[in-house]
Design a protein around this ligand. Sequence first.
Ligand code: IMP
Length: 197
Amino acid sequence: MKKLLIASQNKGKIKEIKRYLKDINNIETISLLDLNFNETIEETGTTYFQNAFIKAKAIYNLYSDYLILADDSGIEAKALNWKPGVNSRWHHPSGEDKQNLDLFLSDLKNHKDKSARFQAALVLYVNNKLFYTFDGTVQGTITGRPTGDHGFGYDPVFYVESLKKTMAEMSEQEKDQISHRGQALKKLKQCLIKEDF
Ligand code: IMP
């Protein structure tokens, strides 16, 4: 049995990752929440990959019995020069989803161009000599007010034209099919099935 540790304390991300990987045989997936790990890892990188790598390596140094999976992701608005991006988590100093989202909406209020995208980078850290990276992106537009109560973070304001829904109005399956994280997880899943670590 392979043991995979999700290097995150974000309940929304963990839920999505666990459900995406649940039907792979021979993999037991846990997260930092299951280990009651509540320290903060400084994300000092300037790209999603750098930050995912920093998190994965830091957790591998503590839990080297596991394959480590780190996710770094964020939302980017064109009118804000593709910000908040890697700083999405701390867009508002509180780091709370509701405050982040309200501030993001107010930043965009006076801009006509509401186009945006979500980006995700995953790092699967096998050991100090081997790691894999996977990414995903999804385009959308930012709505005037939050709609829907599924998902987490910025989902209630991210509208996807192909489904005519915000991410928070989508079912879990719909979000997994189209989301930035879903696309990256699809590649990760193929790798986990194929490789014998
Ligand atoms: P990280 O933990 O540093 O990667 O922070 C990611 C930030 O982007 C958090 O504020 C999340 O709420 C937000 N974010 C990432 N992925 C999603 C998503 O799928 N839906 C909504 N917000 C997301």
